[in-house]
Ligand binder design. Sequence first.
Ligand SMILES: [Fe+2]
Length: 296
Amino acid sequence: MSVPNTAKLKEQFDVGLQTRADFTIDQPMDRYGGVDHAVWKQLYTRQTSLLEGRVCDAFLLGVKRLNLSPENVPAFDDINTQLMPATGWRIVAVPGLVPDQVFFEHLANRRFPVTWWMRRPDQLDYLQEPDCFHDLFGHVPLLFDPVFADYMHAYGRAALAAHAANALPLLARLYWYTVEFGLIRDDASPNGVKIYGAGIVSSKDETLYSQQSDAPNRIAFDLARVMQTQYRIDTFQKTYFVIDDFAQLFDLARTDFAPLLAMLADAAPIPAGDIRAGDRVIMRGSGEGWATDGDI
Ligand SMILES: [Fe+2]
C-alpha cells in the first residue's frame, strides 16, 4: 500500500525526474543499465517457472497475453498497447510509493501506478518497498482478467470514499488480504488453494509458504472479518484469506461500504494470527515461526 514521501521517493525526486502533480513520470528507459536487465531476467525466469501449477489460471493467462521478454525491463508503453484494448486499464510510471489519495484516484480511473526502478541484485528475495518487478509482474497480469480488473476499479472508488470518511485502515486491510496476499480455492492443489496476490506471486519464498506451509491459517474470505484483521509487513502472513472466485470480490466491491464502515468504526482490530468463532477455517495453522509482536 502507499505511504507518502518515503526515502526512495525523495531520492527519485532529488535526481531530477520530471514528476507531474499526479506523481506520474515518463518511464526513464535510458536509466536502466545492464544490472537492472539482469535482475529482471533472473526474477522473471525464476517466478514464471515456480508459479506453474501454483498460481491461478487467470494469472498465467495474463502473463501469456503480456508476452514479456525475459531479457529486458519492459517498456510500459508496449504493455499498454496490449492491456488497454483488453480491459481499459493502463499502467503509469511512478517514482515509488505515492500518497494514498493519489493511488486510489489512479485506480478509480483504471490506471495502475508502476514503480519504474528495479531492486538491486542483493534484494532478489526480499524488498520492503515495491519495485518494478513487484508492481509489474505481480499486479499487471490480473488486470487482463475482466472481473478482477473491474474489482480493482471498484476498489479504487470505494477506497476514495473511505479515505474521505477516515476509514482507510479498513479498506487497506481489504487490499492487503486480496490484491497483495490473496489465495483462491482450487480443490486439486495443495491445501486446496492456489495463489493470486501480487505480494505472493512476486516472491519466491512466499509462493511456497502461502500454499504449502503448515504454519499459516487459511480462512474462507469474509469481508467484515478481513477488514478487522491486522497483517504483517515484515514477515510472511500469519493468515491468508481464501476467495472462491474473482466474482466474489467483484460482487462485494459493488456493495455500499458506508454501513459496514460505520459498524466497524470502533471495532477492535483482530490480531493477524487469531482464529475467531464463526470463521470458516480451511486449515488451522501450526503457528510455527510466528513473531509474537509486530502486527499492524
Ligand atoms: Fe503491490
